[in-house]
Ligand binder design. Sequence first.
Ligand code: SF4
Ligand code: SF4
Length: 450
Amino acid sequence: MSAPANDHPLDLESPRFSIEKPAARYDKQGERPDAERLVAAQRAFGRDFGRAAAAYMESCIHCGNCAEACHFYLTTGDPKYTPIWKLEPFKQAYKREAGPFAWVYRALGLKRAVTVEQLEAWQELVYDSCTMCGRCTQICPMGIDIAGLVGLARHAMFEAGLVPHELWAVAERAEREGSPLGATPKVLSERLEWLADDYEVEIPVDQPEAEVLATFSSIEIMKYPESLVATAKVLNRSGYTWTVSTRGYEATNFGMLSGNVAWQRSMSLKLIEAAIACKAKILVLPECGHAYSALRWQGANMLGRPLPFRVLHISEFLAESLRSGRLKVRPLAMAAAFHDPCQISRRGGATSAPREVLAALGVELRETKDAGARNFCCGGGGGVVTIHRADPLRHKAFEIKMAQLDATGAELALTSCANCRQTFDDGRAHFGWRREMGSLLELVAGQLAD
Ligand code: SF4
Ligand code: SF4
């Protein structure tokens, strides 16, 4: 398309150059009547209305505290991003169909039946504008687990075939190929061989027995391969026997993020079965936040019994190995700020591990405001980073991170989640921000001492 004839300097504010804002887009999977989508969603609602969810639905006192906790509300000021509001159709369905006064609500028409139009509008609220970071959960005086309820709401949306297209596509690809980004067993094996050669590091693969099973995230495999090398260097130095298994290596769990429990289970079981097969005592999870939620806190439920091995996030493994003397590091005279991945720190409880590692390195830790369990999300968790139409909203939320990290004045910015790192890379490119987000694991691997 040729530019309009113009005899004056380019004025991008001019209406001639304005781009029409795209209409809100809702994605649907499959061809089926709306009535069927509703039935499927209601079936999922019914299945998930456990006692805990019911208690949550009854206990909100409308104090508004959760709004002040959410980065999407804080950076836009839009009331529709109030966390508890994101659950409104869930609450409406509960009150009308399952609550103790459901018959009253129905008889007097106090709660209307949830419609497909509501669910379509809801898609943006439970996917694009919620990273399931749990900051609202933590701040709620009634202890309502809003992030957990958003996870349940996603189950209903998946059943109804109302998932943002990109998130659905990566989840489906992960289920079909074993990786959301095409890191199939063959691709992984080739990459590991290449990395072992290039970096002259030993990477054992498919060993019949090993004390430690190492796992990776697809973002590391495809975008940050030096993390794989760092994992190998650390494990080689730790003195444990270890292996990567082509049977179960992909720790990202888009089944969980998209809302498909069957896919979540099959993705978790691949790792669990690989660990059992090589008789691992420890399964080390990579720098990936939601991988920690999926396996550390939900893995035993997926298996149906306690896991016969320990699950450690790599930052916990580093802290434990430094404490026991299995690993030694050369000191680093630098100041660093640490971005806590929500699913590892606030939702996972492993807040002290990275701090212990930084202390062992002798790094001066300059905490951001709200650091630790109250840390703000990077804006890309919960699968949001995959949803293109959510980019403007995600970038808005990212403004909090830039301001907080800049305020520390630290030379280094570090995290222990590749998904956060990718969100930071994207935010950095979008805003032309000067800071680069580094990996805690890679920093340690570069400082290993005899
Ligand atoms: S879980 Fe995080 S992103 Fe979702 S509503 Fe709560 S504070 Fe906002
Ligand atoms: S903080 Fe808790 S009680 Fe207050 S409005 Fe939010 S969900 Fe309701």
